[in-house]
Design a protein around this ligand. Structure first.
Ligand code: AP5
Ligand code: ZN
Length: 214
């Protein structure tokens, strides 16, 4: 099964990805996590990407498309995968169509901007695994540490309010056109499109997603 999780920054893609990948036994491909790993490793790509990410911008389509094509050629993707944060522009979506990468389901998680700004300030992440928490809505078992590894949780550099607002602006300009792109696709290769109301408890939203996916 090949899925795309579509939604604004902070809509809960990473949070719901953890449930979906576990249920369907497919890997999560988060371009954001891949870029953050490159930043941490201080590769050439990471050093360039960090500037763009900290400013709330998008890394170039060519770089992202290259990364994703390499990743989906790996053996653990043979039975499918979950894209989280990709595609994010029409050219990225088009590149997958041209490469014959057919998607079965697009799941849009819809959350309004003000809810997102308030969520981001409470987000904490485990940088090794990409596991996501929220200090109030989805707290770890022990404050400040990851449930599985006991390692410390971090705040993301791009979770400052002005950066979040910039990311939202770019989402509305460059990523939200993908809603129409996938809804208007026709023919045998067209994915099923699901719009999920993303405000509510984390588990409530998980149940809405599973209900839609059958
Ligand atoms: P990326 O890592 O993809 O960030 P994003 O899309 O902005 O999304 P987030 O990870 O911020 O949010 P999320 O939807 O995963 O929400 P989460 O589950 O964490 O990208 C980062 C950057 O990399 C981009 O800005 C760009 O520069 C670059 N990049 C990445 N991909 C790219 C691409 N394809 N092309 C170009 N550039 C790219 O939840 C957020 C918080 O809310 C958490 O604290 C969580 O616990 C909490 N929460 C979750 N669900 C709920 C709920 N139901 N109720 C209350 N709180 C909740
Ligand atoms: Zn995420």
């Amino acid at each position: 099964m090949r899925l795309i999780l579509l939604g604004a920054p902070g809509a809960g893609k990473g949070t719901q990805a953890q449930y979906i990948t576990e249920k369907f036994g497919i890997p999560q491909i988060s371009t954001g996590d891949m870029l953050r790993a490159a930043v941490k490793a201080q590769t050439e790509l990471g050093i360039e990407a960090k500037k763009v990410m900290d400013a709330g911008g998008l890394v170039s389509d060519d770089i992202i498309i290259g990364l994703v094509k390499e990743r989906i050629a790996e053996s653990d993707c043979a039975n499918g995968f979950l894209f989280d944060g990709f595609p994010r522009t029409i050219p990225q979506a088009q590149a997958m169509v041209e490469a014959g990468v057919n998607i079965d389901h697009v799941v849009e998680i819809a959350v309004d901007d003000e809810e997102i700004v308030s969520r981001m300030s409470g987000r904490r992440v485990h940088s090794g695994s990409g596991r996501v928490y929220h200090v109030i809505h989805n707290p770890p078992k022990t404050e400040g540490v990851d449930d599985e590894t006991g390692e410390p949780l971090m705040q993301r550099d791009d979770d400052q309010e002005d950066t979040v607002r910039k990311r939202l602006e770019i989402y509305h300009e460059q990523t939200s056109p993908l809603v129409g792109f996938y809804q208007d696709m026709t023919g045998g290769n067209a994915p099923e499109y699901h719009r999920i109301e993303g405000v509510g408890g984390v588990e409530e939203i998980r149940d809405r997603v599973f209900e839609q996916l059958g």
